[in-house]
Design a protein around this ligand. Structure first.
Ligand code: SAM
Length: 284
């Protein structure tokens, strides 16, 4: 039976109502499934966290390759389905919760002795960016993140300075990880079809970021301020952000110290320039 037929049969059997609000687009393409599993490079030594297992299509394959699989699914109506579709696997823990409310560090501790886990998911598109930012910025013990995202989000993750796609997400991804586009995925690989194209992206997290910065959290506050007011000059964007506590004069001085034009916009600075600026402002 094809994956599409299996998926339709499960939906019918359980009279399952697909929830658009949860971004439910089930993967039904065998080839894409194999690409995700291969890109995630999972072995029996790995503990894997899957966000949003849906009806368990990816999960079964992940459990077959991994030492242990933890699935976090928000939709309670999917839990009995998962318990049945995944019943042959004894190495799965299913958690019915919102991934943004789950303590991932605690899961790593509980299921992998605090050692790095691998994250794999066909992400719900309505919260892709918060999930990725949370996983990266909390500096959790994560070795890699292999995820299906909206094609535009994959492009934003890999964007270079200066373009319209470049922003806080690009900088976070590039500071914390090495990103690789695995494949593009057309709409017809899902049931129901999303009205956007998708892509699988693999992020290998650095043990040591490519640039050094005294306070990464403050640097990302600076970056957010720069992109919150993209149309403003960097000096104005920084000095307008109350949480930073930087005056216009200080902002101007910092930008001049870096040898940059006083009318420059934040969107042309790369990660090493942001890190130097951050160290100038927040060295104490
Ligand atoms: N993994 C399945 C597949 O590939 O067919 C389903 C992927 S579907 C795009 C996204 C899944 O994430 C759905 O099962 C949805 O219910 C779940 N989900 C949505 N928001 C969530 C959240 N905040 N926390 C955990 N799971 C969530």
């Amino acid at each position: 039976m094809t994956l599409a037929k299996k998926t339709k049969a499960i939906i019918e059997k359980y009279d399952f109502r697909i929830q658009k609000r949860y971004g439910q687009n089930f993967l039904v393409d065998e080839g894409v499934l194999e690409r995700i599993i291969a890109a995630a490079e999972i072995s029996k030594a790995d503990t894997v966290l899957e966000i949003g297992p849906g009806i368990g299509t990816l999960s079964g394959n992940l459990a077959g390759n991994a030492g242990h699989l933890i699935c976090v699914e928000i939709d309670k109506n999917l839990i009995p389905i998962l318990e049945e579709t995944l019943s042959e696997h004894e190495n799965i823990t299913i958690i019915n919760d919102d991934i943004l409310k789950v303590d991932v560090a605690k899961l790593c501790e509980e299921y992998n002795g605090g050692q790095p886990i691998k994250v794999v998911a066909n992400l719900p598109y309505y919260i892709t960016t918060p999930i990725i930012m949370e996983l990266l910025e909390k500096r959790l013990p994560i070795a890699s993140i292999t995820v299906m995202v909206q094609k535009e989000v994959a492009e934003r993750m890999q964007a270079a300075p200066g373009g319209k796609d470049y922003g806080a997400l690009s900088l976070a991804v590039q500071y914390y990880s090495e990103a690789r586009l695995v494949c593009r995925v057309p709409e017809n690989c899902f049931i129901p079809r999303p009205n956007v194209d998708s892509a699988v992206i693999s992020l290998k997290l650095y043990e040591k970021p490519p640039v050094e910065v005294i306070n990464p959290d403050r640097m990302f506050e600076l970056i957010r301020a720069a992109f919150n007011q993209r149309r403003k000059t960097l000096v104005n964007a920084i000095s307008n952000a109350v949480n930073l506590g930087i005056s216009k004069e200080q902002a101007l001085e910092g930008i001049k110290t870096l040898g940059l034009d006083e009318n420059i916009r934040g969107e042309v600075l790369d990660i090493s320039q942001f890190s130097r600026l951050s160290d100038l402002f927040f060295s104490k």
